[in-house]
Design a protein around this ligand. Structure first.
Ligand SMILES: Cc1cc2nc3c(=O)[nH]c(=O)nc-3n(C[C@H](O)[C@H](O)[C@H](O)COP(=O)(O)OP(=O)(O)OC[C@H]3O[C@@H](n4cnc5c(N)ncnc54)[C@H](O)[C@@H]3O)c2cc1C
Length: 124
């Protein structure tokens, strides 16, 4: 690691995405992750809205992820305070809302980086 490398703490979605963005601009960076391996086992699904897809497009990974995603047709909010339900249709909504397995997102972001970018087992 050189003195002027950018150091990112945590190889979660934010850390990996930031590392790809810097890498695409030719700025060297390392990601310090306290776990011994990528934290891709736990977690279920993540809904990605249009701005998220635009960010993934810019990072160059959206097309891979669109193939693994499920389009969402509606969303349902249930209030914890009283159980009131609100359902919103996403059909004909001006935007792309899709659901991804968290693992697919993490693995795809990781695969877009040079393998030595992430330093595992590095708590800061
Ligand atoms: C294991 C896990 C499962 C999840 N599952 C879901 C899900 O199914 N659905 C959903 O909608 N959201 C889920 N989330 C939340 C969602 O992923 C986060 O809200 C979102 O990813 C925020 O991303 P982030 O990169 O800011 O933080 P995180 O995804 O929390 O990543 C932070 C990373 O930084 C590392 N870290 C923390 N402190 C340090 C330190 N001091 N030094 C080095 N490394 C450090 C952590 O080990 C972690 O890998 C999950 C988060 C995690 C960690």
């Amino acid at each position: 690691m050189d003195d002027d490398d950018v150091v990112i703490i945590g190889a979660g979605i934010c850390g990996l995405a930031t590392a790809i963005a810097l890498h695409k601009k030719g700025i060297k960076c390392v990601v310090m992750e306290m776990s011994e391996s990528l934290r891709n086992v736990t977690g279920a699904a993540i809904g990605i809205r249009p701005n998220g897809w635009r960010a993934l497009d810019q990072l160059g990974v959206a097309e891979i992820l669109r193939r693994a995603a499920i389009p969402l047709k509606r969303e349902r909010d249930i209030s914890l305070d009283g159980g009131r339900k609100t359902e919103i249709s996403l059909i004909n909504w001006d935007g792309e809302t899709r659901c991804l397995r968290r693992r697919d997102l993490i693995d795809t972001l990781y695969a877009a980086l040079p393998p030595t970018t992430i330093k595992f087992g590095q708590a800061t």
